[in-house]
Design a protein around this ligand. Structure first.
Ligand SMILES: Nc1ncnc2c1ncn2[C@@H]1O[C@H](COP(=O)(O)OP(=O)(O)O)[C@@H](O)[C@H]1O
Ligand SMILES: Cc1ncc(COP(=O)(O)O)c(N)n1
Length: 281
């Protein structure tokens, strides 16, 4: 009997439903994998910002990880908001204990409104303990800068930052371009340890409805890996997924609205020229 691929997200809850655990589970569902979740923190959040953060105790995280690990056969997992170094330690311990592979680390540091989703003291633990276990790490530009101390202003500095991140032990990195000053394109730059690089380019969609883009992108990569796709193909599908999700806005909330997680499966991608993804190897 063929089993549905099983996945896990270790992340924070977004009461507004557009980012974090909620974005991840919606994305898993849309891409036909089974999603489980370990909640690291509960945020009181909507499209206008984060008003409070309630981290789970390390024990609460450990118990959730144990419950998932003792029952499910995970084909891939992602991490999102981890908040502090104690929670990172629990995630690392469970990854080792259960022998989980295909680990996608979205090094979530800050919400778009500026709230700290990773405490400063935890950046070191993320770098030294979690990144060495990652198949892929998916920083946006400010996160890649925080991980490396490099200011990204050009293709050369982006490549240099990617190399430094691989130096931390991740097998591959994709530096996402949502925050770049490129008005025309959103470019995601992929580099892996054998030196191979790929640039994924789409037309930049003019919208302020970008809440949860990073979570959704990493969850889509995770789902595709769980289905057995190669990393480069999984990233291509994730880029298509987020492009469709941005191009069919839901117009929900008073601030930075959530993306449309249903658009890709509903076939909206193929319908618009703007949604073509270019790939440069
Ligand atoms: N305006 C946009 N138009 C098209 N793609 C975008 C846009 N903003 C972000 N993306 C894409 O969304 C994904 C997440 O990128 P980014 O927004 O940089 O991450 P984060 O949410 O972590 O800050 C990437 O694939 C990026 O290229
Ligand atoms: C619980 C939680 N996790 C992550 C994000 C980052 O969201 P984005 O994907 O827009 O960077 C968020 N705002 N809230």
């Amino acid at each position: 009997m063929k089993k549905t691929p099983q996945t896990l997200t270790i992340a924070g809850s977004d009461s507004g439903g557009g980012a974090g655990i909620q974005a991840d589970l919606k994305t898993f569902q849309e891409l036909d994998v089974y999603g489980t979740s370990v909640i690291t923190a509960v945020t009181a959040q909507n499209t206008t910002g984060v008003s409070a953060i309630y981290p789970m105790s390390p024990q609460a995280v450990q118990m959730q990880l144990g419950a998932v690990g003792s029952d499910f056969e995970l084909a891939a997992l992602k991490t999102g908001m981890l908040f502090n170094s104690e929670i990172i330690k629990e995630a690392v311990a469970a990854i080792r204990k259960f022998g989980w592979e295909n680990i996608v680390v979205d090094p979530v540091m800050m919400a778009k409104g500026g709230a700290d989703l990773l405490q400063q003291e935890a950046v070191d633990a993320l770098k030294t303990q979690l990144l060495p276990l990652a198949l892929l790490v998916t920083p946006n530009i400010p996160e890649a800068e925080a991980l490396t101390g490099i200011t990204i202003t050009s293709a050369a500095s982006r490549r240099y930052a990617a190399e430094q991140i691989l130096g931390l032990g991740a097998k591959a990195v994709v530096i996402k371009g949502g925050h770049a000053v490129n008005a025309e394109y959103a470019e995601d730059y992929f580099l892996q340890t054998n030196g191979e690089s790929v640039l994924y380019r789409s037309v930049r969609i003019v919208t302020d409805q970008t809440h949860g883009t990073g979570c959704t992108f990493a969850a889509a990569v995770t789902a595709e890996l769980a289905k057995g796709q190669q990393l480069k193909d999984a990233i291509f599908t994730a880029k298509q997924f987020i492009q469709a999700a941005l191009s069919e806005p839901l117009n929900i909330g008073k601030g930075h609205g959530p993306t449309n997680h249903a658009a890709y499966k509903a076939g909206m991608l193929g319908k618009k020229e703007v949604n073509k993804i270019e790939v440069f190897q």
